[in-house]
Design a protein. Structure first.
Length: 267
C-alpha cells in the first residue's frame, strides 16, 4: 500500500469495525459465522491476491486498503456460494462474490465513520490496486483453515478521527437557562413513528393483478444483492441488508440517505 500510518488506537478501531461488518455480511449470506482475530503483520500475498482501495469523503486522502491472497478470497467466495446451493464454484464465481461482501462491509464502515464524527460519511469510488504495503490485519477461519487479510488506513483517515478541540465553556447564566428550557427536538423524543422495510416495488396492469392467486410470483425492481430501504413515516431514511436475529428478520443499516434524497422520496 502506497500510504498509511502505523497501527494505533484509531487504526485498531477501524480494523475491528470493518472486520465485524465483513464477518456479519458473510454470516448473513453463508448462514454460518466467520471467526476472526487480529494479526500484527499479515503474510505477503501472491500475484493473484485481491487488493482493494476504498476512499471516504471524510477528508482528502482518507482511504483504507484491504489485501487478501487468492486462497482466502476463493474460500470465502466458495463458502458463500455453497450456502446458495452452488457447490463447485469457479474463480469467476468466487471472486465477484467476495468483492460483493467486501464492498458491503466498507459501506458499513462508512456508517460507523458517520457515527464517529457526527456527520454523514460516504464511500468514494473504490477499485483494485496492483500492490500493497505493510500493516495490521485479521485472520479469518473457514473450515479449520486460516486466511490472513491485510488492512491499512491512511494517515488522513486517522487524522480525521481525532476529536476536535473542546469548545469554550459557556457562562453559568447561559448554562442555567439552557438547562431550564429543553430544545424543541427533545419535546419530540417520545413521539412514535411507523418504520417499515421495502424489498422492492412492481407495477402491474389491472388485468395482471386480477390474475394473482396463491403461489403467484411478482418480480420486484430490486436485485437480490441490492440493499433494502428503511422507511420512516413514508420517507426513505436509510438502506441496509437483511439479517436474522434470534429467529427474527432484522435490517443492518449500511447507509443513511442524504437530506436531499430524503426530500425527493416525499414527492
Amino acid at each position: 500500500m502506497s500510504a498509511g500510518t502505523p497501527v494505533g488506537k484509531g487504526a485498531e478501531w477501524l480494523l475491528d469495525e470493518w472486520a465485524s461488518r465483513f464477518a456479519g455480511g458473510f454470516e448473513a449470506m453463508a448462514g454460518e459465522p466467520l471467526p476472526f482475530k487480529a494479526v500484527p503483520a499479515p503474510a505477503s500475498h501472491d500475484g493473484q491476491a485481491l487488493i482493494w482501495r476504498q476512499p471516504f469523503d471524510i477528508a482528502n486522502g482518507a482511504t483504507v486498503e484491504v489485501a487478501i491472497g487468492a486462497p482466502g478470497w476463493r474460500a470465502i467466495g466458495a463458502k458463500i456460494l455453497a450456502g446458495a446451493g452452488i457447490d463447485e464454484a469457479t474463480d469467476e464465481d468466487s471472486r465477484p462474490t467476495f468483492l460483493e461482501v467486501l464492498q458491503q462491509s466498507l459501506s458499513g464502515l462508512a456508517s460507523a465513520l458517520s457515527a464517529a464524527v457526527g456527520r454523514e460519511v460516504a464511500c468514494g469510488k473504490g477499485g483494485e490496486i496492483p500492490s500493497s504495503g505493510s500493516g495490521a490485519g485479521v485472520a479469518f477461519e473457514i473450515g479449520g483453515a486460516s486466511f490472513e487479510c491485510g488492512f491499512l488506513a491512511s494517515g488522513a483517515l486517522i487524522e480525521a478521527l481525532k476529536p476536535p478541540a473542546p469548545p469554550l465553556q459557556p457562562s453559568v447564566a447561559a448554562s442555567s437557562a439552557a438547562a431550564q428550557s429543553p430544545s424543541a427536538l427533545e419535546l419530540l423524543y417520545d413521539v412514535e413513528l411507523p418504520v417499515s422495510v421495502s424489498f422492492g416495488r412492481a407495477h402491474l396492469p389491472v388485468k395482471e393483478v386480477l390474475k394473482l392467486t396463491s403461489g403467484s410470483i411478482v418480480e420486484l425492481n430490486r436485485g437480490i444483492a441490492e440493499p433494502v430501504e428503511v422507511i420512516v413515516n413514508n420517507c426513505v431514511i436509510a438502506r441496509g441488508e437483511v439479517v436474522v436475529v434470534e429467529g427474527n428478520y432484522g435490517v443492518r443499516i449500511l447507509e443513511i440517505v442524504t437530506r436531499a434524497e430524503r426530500l425527493r422520496t416525499l414527492h
